[in-house]
Each structure stands twice: as C-alpha cells, then as structure tokens.
Write a protein that binds this ligand. Structure first.
Ligand code: PRP
Ligand code: URA
Length: 214
C-alpha cells in the first residue's frame, strides 16, 4: 500500500470493509459491546498489511504427497497495547497472530496538559529479537504514542510499527518529528483536534467507548 501523499510516514487503509466497520464504531449510538467487537475485527483486518514486510525464511516440510518448500516467519513478534484502549485492538491482532508475545504499556493523558502519564511498563527483555507492533486506537496529539515509542526504544526495540484506528494530522506530524523512521498504519486520517485534544470527527474517548466508563 502507498503512503499518504502529505504524510510519508503514514499508510491509511481505504478498504471498504474497514471503512464500513469504522463508520459503525464512530457512531455514538454504538454501545460498548459492539465497539469491542468492531475494534477486534478492524485490527484483525489491518494486521495483514502491517506484517507484510516481516522477515521470513524458506522451510521444507512434507505434505502428505511430497516435500514442499514454504516460508515461515523467523522472528519473535511482540504486540504492545497502550492501556487501556490498545487492549481492544491487541486482541484482534493476536487472533490473527497467536504466536506473538505481548508487552504492556500503561499511559493516560493528563486532562489539563494533555501530556501522557506513565503507570505501567511490562515488556519482554529481547525486544530486538523481532518486529514490535504498538497498538493504540487513537493518535491525537501524539504525546502518548511518542512516549510509548521512546519506552520501546529504551527497552531495546529496533523495528517498531504503529497500528491505530484514527489519526490526527497533528499526531502524525509529531511522530514524524520525534520518530522519523516509524511507519504509522491507520484506518483513517481525520480533520484536526478540538480544543480539548479530541480528534474531530473521531470516535470520542476510545477507552470509554470500549469499556462503558463514559
Ligand atoms: C487515549 C488513547 C491514546 C491517547 C491518545 O488514551 O487510547 O493512548 O488517548 O492521545 P494523545 O495522542 O493526545 O496522547 P487515554 O489517555 O484516554 O487513556 P485510556 O485509554 O486509559 O482511556
Ligand atoms: N483519546 C481518545 O480516546 N480520543 C480522542 O479523540 C483523543 C484522545
């Protein structure tokens, strides 16, 4: 898939099935049970593109008929959700890739400053043993994602991809500045942020939409 014409660090999925599900998820009438299912499904669909360049090796196996030379991914994959809302996407990714390890990063935004506050980091030790997929549905100011990526780098990760549902231009630009080597995979690039740092049109507070805490 091609990168976005204005943002070389961004790939947007314009697939009709993903857009259909995302529209349902954005709808304020959609309740938390449906939101959870939709986020799971969209993440599962997006995983195929995010993993396209994963390293693989040739391997010979025996079919019931004859030998066959196939391919096997030869790296340790780590999926890292940013709590809380990233958990909703991580489940969908893991459904498609059950052999992946899971690290957890806990961040929440200070409502006044919009700066991320860290409360958890549980990551595998050998993060450099393969690709790391950072998952968080919302890329708003980019503060949380930038911090999470810095934490992954400090923990040794060398191949990081970011998977989100809705990105803002501000967040995409922030990551291009802070982590220029990173590719962001998003289901949508929205218009802008409002004065409270929420994405417009967005889908509201992703954690609240998923867990019914709004
Ligand atoms: C949301 C979202 C991101 C962050 C994005 O989490 O899941 O982590 O906001 O905003 P930013 O790009 O401006 O940093 P939130 O802080 O609401 O925590 P929660 O998932 O626990 O509700
Ligand atoms: N976090 C959310 O959950 N939604 C937004 O629109 C921005 C930050």
């Amino acid at each position: 898939m091609a990168t976005h014409p204005k943002h070389p660090n961004l790939i947007v999925f314009d697939h009709p099935l993903i857009q259909h599900k995302l529209t349902h998820l954005r709808d304020r009438e959609t309740g938390f049970r449906a939101c959870r299912a939709l986020m799971f499904q969209i993440a599962g669909l997006m995983v195929y593109e995010v993993t396209r360049t994963f390293p693989s090796e040739r391997v010979t196996i025996q079919t019931p008929i004859e030998p066959f030379e196939g391919r096997r991914i030869n790296a340790k994959i780590t999926v890292v959700p940013v709590l809380r809302a990233g958990l909703g996407m991580a489940e969908g990714v893991l459904d498609a890739m059950p052999e992946a390890r899971v690290g957890h990063i806990g961040l929440f935004r200070d409502e006044e400053t919009l700066n991320p506050i860290q409360y958890l980091s549980r990551l595998p030790k050998d993060l450099d043993a393969g690709p790391v997929i950072l998952v968080d549905p919302m890329l708003a100011t980019g503060g949380s994602a930038s911090k999470a990526i810095a934490m992954l780098k400090a923990a040794g990760a060398t191949d990081i991809r970011m998977l989100c549902l809705v990105a803002s231009p501000e967040g995409v630009q922030r990551l291009a500045h802070d982590h220029p080597e990173l590719t962001i995979y998003a289901a949508a690039l929205d218009r802008a942020l409002n004065e409270h740092g929420y994405i417009m049109p967005g889908l509201g507070d992703a954690g609240d939409r998923l867990y019914g805490t709004g």
